[in-house]
Design a protein around this ligand. Structure first.
Ligand SMILES: [Zn+2]
Length: 457
């Protein structure tokens, strides 16, 4: 169990003490008076020792290559609700619960009427050999919470956000996690409608809520926009041009014309990709703090409401204030982003900050080595940038949502599969039953298997 200052201690349980405590509750607490104590669960606890289930509890999974995971924004002192001093309680898994979970999963799967097809897009099954662009042009987004600042949230607690001390605000959030989470989900649902559908003209979207280690809610999602120019195909054309350019010196004379055409097509395709990305997102800061001209606003920009911005000038200033307050990865720290890779001595930011400046958005190709020894290329977009610590953002998303956001667009099949798999399958730490079952399914499957049969096994 994790305690203050990152210390760890074993959780020991004394069965008799648990039994006594429960009995006391039944005798003295009116909410417990009708409760029957489950002797089987009680007997599964050790007489005095570490509970069996806890021996296998997974620790925080530090994924060295978790570059897909978006940065959830700078952690300013005033924004932190749960700090290092917060003692977090721990969940005690009881083997019987797990038993029930297995039963529930089994029940669900053995229901014959449940038709369970492989996932498909249109009528084509997902298959990375014949349709490499099935999932192209997907946009990934993240919304973080500014629960210390949103005026609408603090109005629910009966306080004005500007006339309340930081300590009071923090206490309100800590005391009312249910309201804070509910507010976030409501705000998100209404915002997504306008942002994705009315403004970006999305075809579909999907999202999920997650909780950071210290309990703060955030949301990850994906969406497909109707106006995509076919980024995946375009990147392929651009790659062809890139490879043609590399081979012009060694090519035979007869091929030169064809290669030249590929180079021209590639350049055009690359231009379309870059234009689209520039339309959608930015890493450009109209007034980076390093210029020395930006003045930190006296009111935190997340405490402003959109309707408070009257003039165009207000809106420009607000945009810069938000960028410089919530959208910059200002410092790297070992407990958040600094990681050491195997065989390397230097600590590196897993979000790759700080970035080099870049005059114009461009497409680059990175060789990746596949299992069969062939070399494939991964397309990478480098966006126009004048601020080494600014996160990807979309102006409307940021100014509408009013807290740290992230937006990424996938232009390449390899990157997309990587992203989708991580987003969709990132398990809750406590779903070991499903994880085991899934691993065994994957081990035993081939393309022709009947999925329902396979899962039942
Ligand atoms: Zn960092």
């Amino acid at each position: 169990m994790k305690g203050k200052e990152n210390s760890f201690k074993d959780v020991t349980v004394r069965r008799q003490n648990v039994a006594d405590a429960l009995q006391w509750l039944v005798n003295n607490n009116s909410h417990y008076k009708d409760i029957t104590i489950n002797q089987n669960s009680l007997n599964s606890l050790p007489e005095h020792g570490v509970p069996h289930g806890l021996l296998s509890v997974e620790t925080e999974n530090i994924d060295l290559d978790a570059t897909c995971e978006p940065d959830l924004g700078p952690q300013n002192e005033d924004d932190i609700v749960y700090n290092e001093g917060t003692e977090m309680s721990s969940f005690l898994p009881i083997p019987e619960c797990q038993q029930q979970e297995i039963e529930a999963v089994r029940q669900q799967l053995s229901n014959d009427s449940n038709h369970l097809p492989w996932p498909t897009v249109g009528s084509e099954p997902l298959n990375d050999n014949n349709s490499p662009c099935w999932s192209s042009n997907i946009l990934f987004f993240t919304f973080s919470s500014a629960d210390m600042h949103w005026p609408e949230l603090h109005a629910i607690f009966g306080n004005s956000v500007s006339n309340n001390s930081t300590d009071n605000k923090r206490q309100n959030v800590i005391n009312n996690p249910h309201i804070t989470d509910w507010f976030f989900t409501q705000r998100l649902e209404s915002f997504i409608k306008y942002w994705l559908y009315n403004s970006l003209d999305a075809e579909w979207h999907w999202y999920r809520f997650e909780y950071q280690a210290r309990g703060s809610i955030h949301c990850h999602g994906v969406a497909k926009l109707k106006n995509d120019p076919g980024l995946c195909k375009l990147s392929e054309t651009a790659l062809k041009g890139y490879l043609a350019e590399m081979s012009t010196n060694t090519a035979e004379q007869v091929n030169i014309l064809e290669l030249n055409q590929q180079i021209v097509d590639g350049k055009k395709a690359s231009q379309v990709v870059c234009q689209y990305v520039d339309w959608l997102l930015s890493t450009y800061n109209p007034d980076p703090p390093d210029n020395g001209t930006w003045v930190k606003p006296s009111i935190h920009p997340c405490q402003k409401r959109h309707k408070d911005l009257v003039s165009l000038q207000d809106s420009e200033q607000d945009y810069v204030d938000l960028l410089n307050t919530v959208q910059r990865h200002t410092r790297c720290s070992t407990n958040y982003c600094l990681r050491k890779k195997q065989n390397e001595t230097e600590l590196k930011c897993r979000f790759k900050f700080p970035f080099e400046p870049c005059v114009n958005t461009k497409l680059e190709f990175e060789p990746i080595h596949t299992k069969d020894g062939s070399t494939q290329y991964k397309a990478k977009i480098i966006t126009k940038r004048n601020d080494s610590r600014l996160n990807n953002h979309q102006r409307l998303q940021l100014q509408g949502w009013r807290a740290n956001c992230d937006i990424q667009v996938i232009i390449d099949y390899h990157a997309c599969v990587e992203y989708l798999a991580k987003y969709a399958s990132k398990g809750e730490p406590k779903s070991p039953v499903m994880k085991l079952a899934f691993n065994s399914i994957v081990r035993n499957c081939n393309n022709n298997s009947n999925p329902t049969k396979l899962i039942k096994k």
